[in-house]
Design a protein around this ligand. Structure first.
Ligand SMILES: NC(=O)c1ccc[n+]([C@@H]2O[C@H](COP(=O)([O-])OP(=O)(O)OC[C@H]3O[C@@H](n4cnc5c(N)ncnc54)[C@H](OP(=O)(O)O)[C@@H]3O)[C@@H](O)[C@H]2O)c1
Length: 315
């Protein structure tokens, strides 16, 4: 694949940090858009990576940063909103992709890659998060149609050395003495390694095999949340009894944790757990890692390589 000028929205986040070095290895010219350069400045810049500050919700600023891009990758996303009515989810997950797609179409972008989530479904899904992600997928498909090739990625929960999934449980497990109350213990996930997600996105760039397709990205193993937390505990080598909360208590915990700064768990997160975060590719419009002959890595093989070191670093 020849080198492309790639513009990445939301590229200063977790996935972007792993994707950008991978894209640079392919010789692409990378421009990363952030709303706040100070946030970006905390991260070391890679040689050949250009970071520009812009508000992606401002149409003029968005059009300007997308100018001259051959390929656009959208990694923007939020897990929780400031309010409680779904408005911010809609703004970030639906309206932004719609405007981005319109501009890409008008400016003759050659391929748009958009990050969604497994289980996303407009109207049908149980949470604002998943419904807005589904509406964003629809906006991409409608606005780009058959004019600009698009690829939508729908991962399960993503893990990696700097994730906020396993690492968050690791921190909580170490802080909470005795027993650990766990909401939604039977919800199911197929955790996928961030390097595999980055590899799949890199292989998708300009690749006609995945034009106008959705790709569900899951790791090879399905775990309940209880199993994930037990695995994390065992890797840390600490004694904690994991106590699964009932549905009612899970909902109560979500309501209370909404008031903790940063909303570590919310009623909308609780709603998202009502469906399994696992992949069901159909081999036609919805593909998986197999389209790239990739075998995603197992959480049980990768997490032990970094978890203990992370735990020691965080004291
Ligand atoms: N991590 C996972 O387990 C997971 C699972 C499924 C799907 N996904 C999806 O994968 C994508 C990347 O995830 P990630 O883990 O890398 O997320 P992340 O670390 O939270 O980064 C997301 C980026 O979105 C941008 N952003 C946040 N709030 C925004 C707002 N209100 N308006 C515009 N931009 C905003 C931020 O960019 P700036 O602050 O630099 O502007 C941030 O760098 C997201 O779409 C996410 O929903 C992630």
């Amino acid at each position: 694949m020849e080198a492309q000028r790639i513009c990445i929205l939301g590229g200063r986040g977790f996935v972007g940090r792993h994707l950008i070095p991978r894209l640079l290895r392919d010789g692409h010219d990378i421009r990363v858009v952030t709303r706040d350069m100070r946030g970006g400045a905390r991260l070391p810049l890679l040689p050949d990576e250009t970071v520009v500050q812009a508000n992606p919700h401002d149409l003029e600023e968005l059009a300007k940063v997308l100018e001259h891009a051959d390929v656009v990758i959208n990694l923007t996303g939020i897990l929780n909103e400031r309010g409680h009515n779904g408005r911010q989810f809609q703004q970030v997950h639906e309206e932004l992709p719609r405007q981005m797609a319109r501009i890409c179409r008008a400016q003759g972008v050659k391929h748009v890659l958009h990050m969604s989530a497994v289980g996303a479904q407009a109207g049908m899904a149980p949470s604002f998060y998943l419904r807005s992600k589904g509406a964003g997928n629809n906006a991409i498909m409608v606005e780009l149609g058959n004019v600009v090739p698009w690829t939508i990625f729908q991962p399960s929960v993503i893990f990696g050395p700097d994730d906020s999934f396993i690492n968050r449980f690791a921190v909580l497990l170490r802080r909470v003495p005795g027993f650990f109350p766990l909401a939604c213990p039977e919800s199911r996930y197929a955790p996928v390694y961030v390097e595999d997600v980055a590899e799949a996105i890199a292989r998708a760039v300009g690749n006609p095999r995945v034009f106008n397709k959705r790709l569900e990205l899951c790791g090879p193993d399905v775990y309940t949340l209880r199993q994930v937390v037990e695995f994390t505990r065992d890797q840390l080598g600490i004694q904690r009894r994991i106590v699964g909360l009932s549905d009612g208590l899970s909902r109560l915990q979500a309501s209370l944790m909404e008031f903790i700064p940063g909303k570590p768990f919310s009623r909308d997160n609780y709603q998202s757990t009502r469906i399994d975060s696992i992949c069901q590719p159909d081999g036609r419009n919805c593909l998986g890692f197999e389209v790239f002959d990739m075998q995603p890595q197992r959480m049980a093989a990768v997490v032990p390589t970094y978890l203990k070191a992370n735990a020691q670093d965080s004291g």
